[in-house]
Design a protein around this ligand. Structure first.
Ligand code: SAH
Length: 258
């Protein structure tokens, strides 16, 4: 039987495009309108896929990765808006917990709780998250070499950091200071906001499958959030993702002795 793959999920084309060249022995599989790229990356069996944007897209993709590909772990890579103080553009956030900030079935259930699960926060796999955070730290240490001083200056990136903690997801691009303030008021430990992670988390919890969510901060979830969004993904986030994923797969490969 073929070894079970590690799944790497991206929300946007530019992010997937940065990972594809490192995949060999590629076999394409199309399901539910998604193109799954099955192959080998840094010695590990891997399936790469574009989930599309939003919670439903992420949930469908995660379900397929588990049911059709029997992925042994799922890693979501992408960008997010920074919410926490000190979470700046160019930093990386590794989610330890994920929550759907637009889930609200109150007064039947407490705000944010996923009805009938008794939970609002879904924990990422500790080992996988530590591995992502370690690879991210090594990447940040080389940021100037990897991104180039000019790109760093363009995006105002100095001394990029790695944060670990709560990531919020919802079907809304948060692009006003008022909305991000409201999110932080309701959830003071929130580090970042995006549109997919908590959906993947809920599916992985249902199937008891390990997962991690890795996000480069592209904006501060305020009125300037649109500025150079796509260019940031190409020049910064995709570079980080490629380097962090390669580093993580190399260490995974060494650990399993392959
Ligand atoms: N202008 C882009 C918008 C993409 S949606 C386009 O047209 O393609 C934003 C994507 O980045 C989602 O995958 C989401 O997870 C993430 N994201 C980054 N910043 C965000 C923010 N401030 N609020 C919500 N999602 C954000």
């Amino acid at each position: 039987m073929a070894a079970r793959p590690l799944a790497i999920v991206s929300a946007m084309h530019e992010e997937l495009r940065a990972l594809l060249p490192a995949l060999s022995a590629t076999q394409p599989v199309t399901l539910a309108g998604r193109h799954f790229h099955v192959g080998v990356m840094h010695g590990e069996p891997v399936v790469l896929v574009l989930s599309g944007i939003g919670k439903v897209a992420a949930a469908t993709t995660a379900t397929l990765l588990i049911q059709a590909f029997d992925a042994r772990a799922l890693v979501f890579t992408g960008v997010a808006g920074g919410l926490g103080a000190g979470v700046r553009v160019g930093d990386v956030v590794v989610a330890r917990q994920l929550l759907q900030h637009d889930m609200d079935a109150s007064p039947l259930f407490p705000r944010f709780e996923v009805p009938l699960t008794g939970r609002s926060r879904f924990a990422a796999d500790a080992l996988l998250s530590v591995a992502q955070a370690s690879a991210s730290l090594r990447c940040m240490a080389r940021a100037t070499e990897l991104l180039g001083a000019a790109h760093m200056a363009d995006f105002g990136i100095t001394d990029p950091r790695v944060h670990e903690g709560l990531v919020l997801s919802g079907d809304r691009f948060v692009a006003t200071a008022a909305e991000s303030r409201a999110l932080v008021d309701a959830l003071p430990d929130a580090l970042a906001v995006e549109m997919e992670g908590a959906a993947l988390a809920q599916v992985c919890a249902d199937f008891d499958r390990p997962f991690a969510v890795l996000r480069t901060i592209s904006d501060r979830a305020d009125e300037s959030a649109h500025t150079d969004f796509n260019r940031f993904i190409v020049d910064v986030a995709s570079v980080y993702t490629r380097v962090i994923v390669s580093d993580w797969l190399d260490s995974t490969s060494r650990a399993t002795g392959e």
